[in-house]
Design a protein. Structure first.
Ligand code: ASP
Ligand code: MG
Length: 421
């Protein structure tokens, strides 16, 4: 049994879908489960739809129409005259989405609304790929991932309930997958009340890993528009190279620091079951890509990860007291409640500093809650975070010069981090 995962870029247009079909057709089609994300940038479009609905903005219907039209164009290109024969399910999904946005009762919980709407990107894309495969004679079974990936109800960042998920996957999905090629969605699951949940942006890699682990797959392959995991983003650093082999631990650390080629939660479940992960190019299929496994290979080059659009929060007590354990406990609780991940943290006697991603003003509710507790929060915008993993013998400081003033430095384990202005 193998797992393949195709992200949005691989199915962004008709040629992309045909290419995916070709990759699938090279494989033994029994014992293959294929996880697919929303097509192209449709998750972003659906996020705009959520915002419009949440703010009772009539633009929602226009956004939905755009999403619909782009999918219809793609369907017509893929299936031509026979499109209508295959597309009932897709039409039904759009109808469901329309009814959903008509329904004002949903609107008080943003994150809940988000998950109920954004999941349609994956539901629609998988229906289209499944229909296209059938139309060219590749038999497959479309399954709804929400029947198998059971989560808690922490919307937009749902956590997998492993025991229940394992039970259902073993009893229901395993037998099915031994007989059929399975097409299913990444990113989505089912919460405590049977409602849809999502696993966090770019979470389809994680879905592939969950299926891989629970179906005891021989491997999981993530097909990307890059040739493998690189030691640095070639758009940002001149001398970047593909890393042919990575240990699970190195991959976990790199993903955690923001090497966006693998979703951070993906590697741990595979490591636990010793399942190799391949990161491969859907364009240059002959390329071997990167293999993440238990190998003993050590990283031959330092890895550089640059995250832009970072914020520094500098938290201190309003009464000039020390930042003590009680304050830290409250700060962490508020961060966790607001689903904020701390990329870097540092504390001194009177300050707690942390670096977070600057996402749609997510720090504003945080700031309010912290002020209510009598804490001062000073925010610095527009920072970059450079993480250098396995810097080896090179002088870490050398890297930072070219990128601007260093306002915070930290060296933890195998990594050095610089917050730059
Ligand atoms: N479609 C979702 C996103 O764009 C999940 C994924 O692509 O992995 O975030
Ligand atoms: Mg996507």
């Amino acid at each position: 049994m193998k797992i393949y995962k195709f992200g949005g870029a691989s199915v962004k247009d008709a040629d992309g879908v045909k290419n995916v079909a070709q990759i699938i057709s090279y494989n033994n089609q029994h014992n293959l489960l294929v996880v697919i994300s929303a097509m192209g940038k449709n998750t972003n479009a659906l996020e705009r739809l959520v915002n419009a609905c949440y703010h009772y903005n009539k633009q929602g219907y226009e956004i939905l129409q755009e999403i619909k039209t782009s999918h219809q164009t793609l369907i017509n290109e893929l299936l031509g005259n026979s499109a209508s024969m295959w597309m009932n399910e897709v039409e039904n999904l759009f109808l469901e989405l329309e009814c959903l946005i008509d329904n004002n009762n949903l609107l008080d919980d943003y994150d809940f609304l988000y998950d109920q709407i954004v999941c349609y990107g994956e539901l629609i894309s998988t229906r289209i790929v499944s229909a296209y495969l059938l139309s060219i004679g590749i038999r497959n079974q479309w399954v709804d991932a929400r029947n198998f990936i059971i989560t808690d109800s922490r919307y937009r960042d749902a956590r997998v309930q492993w025991e229940e998920t394992e039970r259902i996957v073993t009893n229901r999905l395993l037998p099915l997958s031994q007989k059929n090629l399975i097409i299913t969605q990444g990113f989505i699951g089912k919460g405590e009340k049977g409602e849809t949940t999502t696993l966090g942006r770019e979470g389809s890699d994680y879905s592939a890993a969950i299926f891989g682990k629970l179906l005891h797959a021989e491997s999981v392959s993530i097909w990307k528009d890059v040739n493998g995991v690189m030691n640095a983003d070639p758009k940002k650093f001149s001398e970047s190279v593909i890393i042919p082999e990575l240990t699970y631990n190195d991959a976990i650390e790199l993903a955690y620091y923001g090497a966006s080629v693998i979703h951070p939660k993906t590697v741990q479940p595979l490591k636990a079951s010793n399942i190799p992960l391949f990161v491969r190019s859907f364009i240059n299929q002959d390329n071997q890509g990167t293999k993440v496994s238990n190998s003993s290979s050590t990283l031959a080059v330092p890895c550089k990860i640059l995250k832009e659009n970072q914020l520094m929060l500098e938290i201190s007590t309003a009464d000039f007291n020390f930042i003590a354990e009680d304050n830290l406990q409250q700060i962490f609780q508020i961060m966790s409640k607001n689903k904020v991940r701390l990329n870097i943290m540092q504390n001194s006697a009177i300050h707690f500093r942390c670096i977070i991603d600057n996402k749609e003003n997510q720090h504003l509710p945080l700031q309010n809650e912290l002020s209510e507790l009598g804490l001062n929060v000073n925010v610095t915008n527009d920072l970059k975070l450079l993480s250098i993993y396995q810097p080896g013998n090179e002088k870490i400081e050398e890297y930072s010069g070219e990128l601007g003033a260093v306002i915070l430095k930290q060296h933890v384990g195998n990594a050095a981090h610089f917050v730059l202005r």
